[in-house]
Design a protein around this ligand. Sequence first.
Ligand code: WT7
Length: 656
Amino acid sequence: MPAEYLCTEAELYPVPKRLLDSSLSPTPHINSIEQYKKLYDESIKSPTEFWGKIARETLFWTTPFQTVLSGGFEYGDIAWFLEGQLNATYNCVDRHAIKNPDKVAIIYEADEPGQDRKITYGELLRDVCRLANALKAHGVRKGDIVTIYMPMIPEAIIAFLACARLGALHSVVFAGFSAESLRDRIQDASSKFVITADEGFRGGKTINIKNIVDDALKECSTVERVFVFRRTGSKVSFIIPRDVWWHEEIQKYRSYCPPEIVNAEDPLFLLYTSGSTGKPKGVLHTTAGYLLCAATTLKYVFDYHEGDIFGCMADIGWITGHTYAVYGPLACGGTSVLFESTLLYPTPNRYWEIVAKHKITHFYTAPTAIRLLHRFGREYIDCHDLSSLRIIASVGEPIDPESWKWYNEVVGRNVCSVIDTYWQTETGSTIISPLPCAILTKPGSATLPFFGIDLAVLDSITGKEIATTEAEGVLVIRQPWPSIARTIYNDHNRYFNTYLKPYKGYYFTGDSVIRDRDGYYWIRGRVDDVINVSGHRISTAEIESALYAHPTVAETAVIGVSDELTGQSVHAFVTLKPNCSTDAKELTLQIRKVIGPFATPKKIYIVSDLPKTRSGKIMRRILRKIISNETDQLGDLSTLSDPNLINILVDKVNSS
Ligand code: WT7
């Protein structure tokens, strides 16, 4: 992020008066900076009292816990709420269905406008139970890993919860991933069960989901059963006895299934994410800690109140969808909007039509979407009644101040709180964010840490904590919080080496940060080889290995370059093997096939050679400078094996 974003003199935006007026808005949970500071200090000084109390108040425990926290960063043996037992779906569904069966749990806004559907807590409980019974009849048991590859339909949420009902882990794979990516994730998890659909609709287009699953399963010998939900009704291939129809199976079973009571530390799910190497990692979250933070951040970060309509636009295949479209809202007994379509379908009015139609109070999206809507112009927005909105939020990458201000003015109409939430798949829930009615905002800053998040900034070279308020370095966390990921599936060493070993005694976020003189945090971006395209996390190594799998590719270097619309974009340099030829189009297809369309590079340059040190290491720094047109700042070139190459590469980049 350019340094000019970071303007510590940035205007402070006050809390909109409407949010503090009890005749217009619900009374905020936290309504002053003093109240925030007091609770924050308590949460850091006495984390066990703090989280113990909230855990007892927020979750329903079948067996109460005795020990709040054990273990820590030193040995990577973090465990919360030992002895406690619970079931996630009892917390997310039963207890609300018992009290208020007719309350709407899910508002499903289908791809085609006008086909929306509401699902009450009573219905949700019955649907979850029936599917859970069907899964159980086919052998799903506590601890099994069920891979879910589904479109954005309520049945996807039902599938999450049916697994959790049985104590089975779900591993949701975003439906934009290719067959090969799906295959790798199923194989890594040795998943025996897959839940999918015949097809999906998105933006008016049909997606052949079942075909992709069939392709993936050609090399997944562990899979015994595939549950197929009928979404479109088109004819799809069906392999008996492996495949079974969801609608046929559930007819056989009663609509109550006793919840499997699990220990607090039993896993709830895996979610694969990209790291610095080519192999995706299965981030593992446990039941009580994850659920607790999903609910607690929903309450405080989003100032959630009974009756609110929560509109998280993220796909449920990513952590944002897990935490803020599914578990957070349902754990709080709230109403969550599940949006199947895209912001442009059928027109760029779509988001605002659904805000007005469903009276959405909380709208949560990514900076890339905000920038796209900004480009389309405010006339699509001005004509809609957005008066239901109270909190508008952003996640996934740093939001530039201009987009922040536009969001505040045009979408929020200067009467909503703008909440920039910083977090990661591994943190499980938001860790830095304003609290809507307590923390003044600065456009571009995620502001201050959430309760229990003990931040520090380390000097990236010495690894020492920077004690002054103003600081620049890498962002780390000093103490565990309940929703921190516990391990990487089947690779605890990788977990330890990635997060806990780089700076002993701390959790390493992988992000660099600036803390300004008011103590506000400004996330600057990743310090590893992870890039962020439209809020999607992609590892350069993963794209490189997809390219290496192409028979013509000799060598490649993939880099992230800042991009006005998508935050960063992928640029790939490739050299070919002798006597081989191919073109950028073919290599693009290769990446789409191996990873998925969202990883498509913006540019692929086929070149004669890559800049290397004398020991043969590719100098990505130079490639970055060439693309950003900063060839006057190439720095030390003394180690470069062939200095003439620079001019050739510059010409190549300029002419493509
Ligand atoms: C990485 C995590 C958490 C849900 C979406 C992404 C970047 C995320 C922000 C923000 C600046 C952000 C970081 C982080 N990031 N939110 N508000 N401001 N950067 O989850 O795929 O696990 O990616 O996204 O670089 O490390 P993820």
